[in-house]
Design a protein around this ligand. Sequence first.
Ligand code: THU
Length: 143
Amino acid sequence: MTNDELLKEAFEARTHAYTPYSHFQVGAALLTEGGKVYHGCNIENAAFGPSICAERTAFFKAVYDGERKFEKIAIVGGSEGTDASRTCAPCGVCRQVMREFCDPETFTIILADGKDKWKEFTLKELLPLGFGPEDLMRGNIPE
Ligand code: THU
C-alpha cells in the first residue's frame, strides 16, 4: 500500500474522533506486515487522564487481534473543522508504544504535510536512543 493510500485511510479514521474537550481530531492508519490496515482515532474523557491518542487506539486494536509486525503508520490531526493538512507529530507516549512493537530502523511514520503531501520518518528519527523490550530482557547481568 502506498503512503498516499495509507494517508487517505488516516483522514477517514479522523472522522471517528471523539473530542468534546480539545476539539483537536486525530486519525491514524497502521499497516501490518501482512497488509492489513488498523484505524485509530483519539478518544477523550471528562477525567482527561483516561483519554487515548489515535495512534495507540490503532496499535492496541491490532495487538488485541494478534498482530505483532508492523510496516508503517500514517497520522493526520488538526482542530475540528479544519482539513488537518498541517503536520501532527505523535506524542512521546505513542512513540514509546511504537518502540515496543516496531523496528526503529525500518518502521515508517508518515505525517500529512499540506494537502496531498506527506513527510516520512523512521521511528529511530523520532525516538532516538529509545528504551525497548531488548533492554529490559538484558537486565543488568554482565555479559
Ligand atoms: N493526540 C493524538 O491523538 N495523537 C497525537 O499524536 C497528538 C495528540 C490527541 C490527544 C488529544 O485527544 C488531542 O489530540 C489534543 O492533544
